[in-house]
Design a protein around this ligand. Structure first.
Ligand code: FE2
Length: 182
């Protein structure tokens, strides 16, 4: 391992983040209009994925499907715009169908964001989206420079077992609008 990587790891661990971030929770694709079912079919042909949940995201004019492999994580989340004006479709017209974000389960999201902001990490929204009463809090980082995807930090509360709430996902998608239109 190079000295540079050791430096990154030391710095990360000193910040306390290693104890707050647990595991990969879900992988989210954004695909072009008409490609959601094709993507699901391809995954289900290769692997024992099963349809888990579907959501219509009204403000973003998009539909999102979650597929699950047995009871394991990460769940795969596939979003498709329903019109040319959809944030999801605009993103795909610019970048093609691809992984949009990888979401990691954390223990104390406010602390993670506070530490990361102090380390210079940028987010697509000023505040964490969601609340304890909704059972979920989430936030997106800006995309990485090389692999282009966003990292999501996610924390659940109580017995909530979803990947977003309808209002959360709308706010998250809206927070990324500037990326798709840039
Ligand atoms: Fe997500």
């Amino acid at each position: 391992m190079s000295l540079d990587l050791n430096h990154v790891i030391d710095d990360f661990n000193k910040s306390g983040l290693d104890k707050l971030i647990e595991k990969l929770d879900h992988v989210a694709y954004r695909v072009k209009r008409g490609e959601r079912l094709t993507t699901m079919q391809a995954m289900m042909n290769l692997l024992p994925y099963r349809e888990f949940k579907n959501f219509k995201i009204i403000k973003a004019d998009a539909i999102t499907t979650c597929i699950k492999l047995h009871e394991t994580l990460p769940v795969i989340v596939i979003s498709e715009g329903l019109s040319e004006d959809s944030i999801v479709e605009k993103y795909c017209q610019k970048y093609g169908s691809r992984v949009h974000h990888l979401a990691y389960l954390v223990k104390d999201i406010e602390k993670v964001v506070e530490i990361q902001k102090s380390r210079g990490v940028e987010f697509t929204s000023d505040q964490v989206i969601g609340s304890v009463s909704e059972g979920i809090k989430q936030i997106f980082t800006m995309p990485t420079e090389t692999t282009n995807h966003i990292v999501e930090y996610i924390q659940r509360f109580g017995d909530f077992d979803g990947f977003f709430t309808p209002s959360n996902v709308e706010n998250l998608m809206i927070s990324t609008a500037k990326l798709g239109e840039a």
